[in-house]
Design a protein around this ligand. Sequence first.
Ligand code: C2O
Ligand code: CU
Ligand code: CU
Length: 533
Amino acid sequence: MNRRRFLGIGAAAVGAGALGAFAVPAAARLLTEGQPGLLLSSAVELPEAFQVPLPLPPVLRPVRSDGSTDYYEITQQVARLEILPGLRTEAWTYGGSYPGPTLAVRAGRETVVRHRNELPVPSVVHLHGGHTPADSDGYPIDLILPAASGRSGDAKGHAAMAGMAGMAGMEHGAGLTLARTTNSDRTYTYPGRQRAATLWYHDHRMGFTGPGIWRGLSGFHLVHDDEEDALPLPRGDRDLPLMLADRAFAEDGSLRYPAIDPALTVPGVTDEYMNGVLGDVLLVNGAPWPRLDVDRARYRLRLLNASNARLYRLELDPQPAGGDALVQIGGDGGLLEAPVAHDAVEIAPAERFDLVVDFSRYPPGTSVRLMNRFGSERTAEVMRFDVSSRPVQDDSAVPERLAAFERLDPAAAATTRTFGFRRSRNDGWTINGRPYVPGRALASPALGTTEIWRFFTDLHHPVHLHLDHFQVLSRNRRQPGPYDAGWKDTVDLRPTEAVEVLVRFTDYPGAYMLHCHNLEHEDMAMMADFVVE
Ligand code: C2O
Ligand code: CU
Ligand code: CU
């Protein structure tokens, strides 16, 4: 056992004190480095890497705008997409593409998105990282029923309804469901009271978020503001959203997923995948191992890990002379106070890293691979940048000071709460020993107050909070780690780790979610309500 690992277990044991000792499963020792989850292999022959050009998701235009608000419409629909060259994959999409269309909005303006559900299953839309009133946050039983279920005698519709009735915990949430379920469409309102940041929207249906996102229900939502626009950061064609996701395909090109019930009426995956589903095909913006021609100039790469369970350690190969290739300018909640240079970044499910890479540090004609050091064989490579030799202008820069940053004060915290993320013998994945039940809150912070929330874990768990971004205060009773800087909404915990975050609950009362963003853990009940009062 190395020193770091030893300290980790020590700290977690301290964190566990309030809830009694827990045994570290033997498996945890094997999983300390590398991956949670189990690899699901494709049955189809995998395409060669770096053949497909990097796609960029379409940017959605508002259907109308007025003095304060931009209105958008998205139809959730089945689409047959060419993801693997020469094959068709049936996907569940926002507007017919995967990733879904990018929303690019201004801070301070209200965004209203009307979603219509033409999928065969109910859906829920959540804006991840959004500072959103509770009734638009995508509470996991605030379902949009499929348009087809409104027609009497429609078999698919009835199947979907039957599926909902079969969901675990439904008895407890039945009242809420009836009150807040909508027929075929629903309008989500995002007030826009937040700073520039790389957000994303995705399905959040209780028990079925894993298969929903796996089949394609995710897209970018970029918030822009004046503070960021005033900086000389790379922009336009040199500001690229990159959605990383791993998938597995059947021989006919369809997506494989080890759901217990392929009809998706019972949540969860088969036992061996309980710790998470890993695919053997790495997609960036929906394309397998793509390539991109880049100028010898700075680029802003907005990395999002939209994988169900996979953790990546990203590094460029070759490294430019002198290292520090990945200059982090932002995280989940927008710009950092000052840039942080890394040789590699580790990105857990749902996390975002906003990086600037200066390709002028490479000789013309260099092929630079983005590697995943936590992967092996095909999952060790992500994409390739081919550095062009034509001379270009680059006026961009990374200023030493990026943004005003308000550090939350731990002395101002009203209370400290502890949340243990663990597998239980009978209840699947739990928080403080409890599986998710809608309407059962594990915490009720007061609106306007700051609290310290301490998370501790048995295995790998990327922990996510809705409503407000937080700041990491400590990791294993020590300084925050190298990837903990800035405002975050998801923090990755490795086996037996303990992390404390500072969070202030602002603007909106109501029920919000605290959960593991390993989607198989989330679907198998590692989620809780907290109610801001
Ligand atoms: Cu990205 Cu509650 O989720
Ligand atoms: Cu979220
Ligand atoms: Cu988890």
